[in-house]
Design a protein around this ligand. Structure first.
Ligand code: COA
Length: 201
């Protein structure tokens, strides 16, 4: 069974006011993970719902975006970088960005816990709230977008990937084509250019 499925079913239910607990399950050997491009047979049994973005989601989505950056990327980016990244999009510019392409959100117990966007052949955004990390939410969001890309006849997906998300995209079958610097309000952030072919040989 995949590591994240095992962690999910082992996840302790925190009291409402308790701080989030780190998940410290032992790692599964690599042989326990199926190939990244196989559909997950357990997805249908999970309590997450993936659905299209609705206008009522925007405030919650912005708070997921900011928390995912401020908390979720703290091991890879310093405070100035996280501030520049999380504030690079104003409320209005984020709404305008979200209206492009396809944006889907993940709900868990009626709470919006993540979102992702594809514009043509580019996975533009994928963010999961740190309290809901490593239980497979980004996997389900991404799989939804990849399915849509295949239906649209996209042959190769591109993503500009944070250092934090590199291993996630690699797990999804992307390869890094190298690092580059992104500018966010005059602050430089290292990221990977990653691509995945959707064409089977
Ligand atoms: C990257 C991100 C979207 C992943 O979301 P997630 O829901 O925790 O990812 P999943 O649970 O679906 O992870 C699936 C697999 O990806 C890999 N993975 C995900 N996050 C990882 C991490 N931080 N370190 C190493 N591997 C990771 C693992 O192989 C994981 O499987 P496992 O848990 O069984 O080991 C989330 O951490 C996030 O929002 N990060 C901050 C914002 C960001 O950088 N977004 C991307 C912008 S390009």
């Amino acid at each position: 069974m995949m590591g994240w499925i095992r962690r999910f079913f082992a996840k302790p239910q925190a009291a409402p006011d308790a701080p989030p607990k780190p998940l410290v399950e032992p790692e599964l050997p690599a042989a326990g993970n199926p190939p990244a491009n196989e559909p997950d047979p357990f997805a249908a049994f999970l309590p997450f719902q993936i659905r299209p973005l609705e206008s009522a989601d925007v405030s919650k989505l912005i708070s997921v975006f900011r928390d995912a950056i401020q908390v979720g990327t703290a091991d890879q980016y310093n405070q100035a970088q996280r501030d520049a990244w999380s504030q690079a999009q104003s409320h209005d510019s984020l709404i305008s960005l979200l209206s492009e392409g396809e944006t889907v959100v993940a709900e868990w117990d009626q709470e919006l816990v993540g979102f992702a966007q594809r514009v043509q052949d580019c996975i533009n955004m994928i963010y999961v709230h740190p309290d809901s990390a490593r239980v497979g939410i980004a996997t389900l969001l991404y799989q939804h977008l990849e399915d849509g890309a295949r239906v649209d006849g996209v042959s190769r997906l591109t993503a500009y990937v944070s250092l934090t998300a590199h291993d996630f995209f690699q797990f999804m079958g992307f390869n890094s084509e190298g690092e580059e610097q992104a500018d966010r309000g005059g602050v430089s952030l290292t990221r990977h250019l990653m691509r995945k072919s959707l064409v089977t040989n």
